[in-house]
Design a protein around this ligand. Structure first.
Ligand code: SF4
Length: 401
């Protein structure tokens, strides 16, 4: 999974990175170049016990309104060959864009680790979604098929196990697992007990990775041989909190030759148990900056990590940690607080209001009306991040409707 591209040597890449402004984030000074002008290739890591090596940087496509074949081509050429999509992403356009790419470059298929997902909960629904994904992406197999956005391992029952085994036997999927944005440590701990889960993709970043629960969850998955992919690695929140630590961090990282965004990727990569990071890269500048971070060997110092943790503590009331078991059981109606918080994050931290609105509009109108009038005071008392849940729910509905 390390394609060579003779026209983009490491030296040429770094020169271009400097010229585009992504270079402001990496300097030639701290990336030693060999005289041999080696090609740019993102490093790889073993993906659990699957026997497959994946690049440490994956291409996420959940929020792209459209992405060009050129961007995918360049990602491929730099070794970003882990491509993550879902049948619902951008109303199916994400899978269709990948299909257009594979139609033009069918020879690349074997080198791409292709991941897609379904929300369907029945065998019939999963078959329908899997077949549609195969058709849209012009391929006859998916490397990794996820049950999408699992919030409790109860969703992974024997019927799911049997479906996964049949899909594998039919050669339509190679690996099976689930993604989770809610109650991640609990889902991972329970998932590790199931011998038919090959991989998990979970929210994981400098804010969450140091908690005891998350450490235990990662250890359990490693022991079980589960391949782990981190997502939401920037730890972007729902509220901007001014913090002197953030300024200090930005200055500190710039002196080392990278941005705070690149440092956050590095914080995750420093955990060797994480095989890959799935990152939204909607344009060439972000792709280039992330690739530069992936090939750069400078490690974060202990003090850098301490400062990131300090920043996480100072700004915790602006970041939803996805522990939906806590708040959603403390309100009088069934409302998806965690999902709404995530959409607000897409709008405010990813600067993608359009994508956020697209997802919010999928919540039934009746539920939206319930959300407005609900009393969130008990949920706010219980929230470990001390978030102003009621106010944020109101703001999300107003901003994104
Ligand atoms: S709002 Fe608070 S309790 Fe609810 S998921 Fe977010 S951090 Fe957890």
């Amino acid at each position: 999974m390390t394609p060579k591209n003779k026209s983009w040597t490491r030296r040429a890449f770094l020169k271009a990175a400097c010229a585009t402004g992504a270079g402001s984030v990496m300097t030639l000074k701290n990336i030693p170049l060999s005289a041999s002008e080696e090609a740019v290739a993102v490093p790889t890591r073993p993906f659990g016990k699957t026997g497959i090596e994946v690049p440490i940087l994956g291409f996420g496509t959940s929020l792209h309104v459209s992405f060009s074949r050129l961007l995918l081509r360049q990602a491929f050429n730099w070794g970003v060959t882990y491509w993550d999509t879902a049948n619902t992403y951008m109303g199916g356009n994400s899978e269709k864009a990948i299909g257009k790419y594979l139609d033009k470059y069918p020879q690349d298929r074997k080198k791409i680790f292709l991941v897609t997902k379904t929300h369907a909960s029945t065998a019939k629904g999963r078959n329908r979604d899997l077949n549609l994904s195969l058709e849209r992406m012009k391929t006859d197999y998916i490397d990794l098929f996820f049950i999408h956005s699992v919030w409790s391992v109860d969703e992974l029952d024997n019927q799911t196990k049997s479906w996964a085994q049949k899909a594998k036997a039919a050669g339509k999927i190679r690996l099976f697992g689930f993604s989770t944005h809610s109650n991640m440590p609990e889902c991972m701990l329970e998932g590790a007990k199931l011998d038919w889960i090959d991989a998990i993709m979970m929210t994981f970043n400098y804010r969450l990775m140091h908690t005891d629960k998350m450490r235990r969850a990662v250890d359990a998955c490693v022991k079980a041989g589960i391949g782990l992919t981190a997502m939401k690695t920037q730890g972007g929140g729902q509220v901007r909190n001014d913090s002197q630590t953030e300024l200090d961090l930005a200055g500190r990282f710039l002196q080392k030759g990278f941005t705070d965004a690149q440092a956050r990727l590095k914080a995750v990569w420093q955990n060797q148990n994480i095989a890959s990071i799935c990152s939204e890269m909607p344009n060439m500048t972000i792709l280039m900056a992330n690739v530069a971070a992936a090939i750069n060997k400078t490690k974060l110092a202990t003090r850098d990590t301490q400062l990131l943790r300090q920043y996480a503590r100072e700004t915790r009331s602006g970041y939803c940690a996805g522990c939906t078991d806590i708040c959603e059981s403390a309100v009088a109606a069934e409302v998806p607080i965690g999902d709404v918080m995530r959409y607000l994050m897409y709008a405010r931290s990813y600067d993608n209001r359009r994508g956020a609105s697209h997802y919010l509009k999928k919540i039934p109108k009746k539920q939206c009306r319930q959300m407005i009038n609900l009393d969130y005071s008990l949920a706010e008392q219980k929230c470990p991040q001390k978030m102003a849940i009621g106010k944020l729910m109101q703001e999300a509905l107003k901003e994104l409707s």
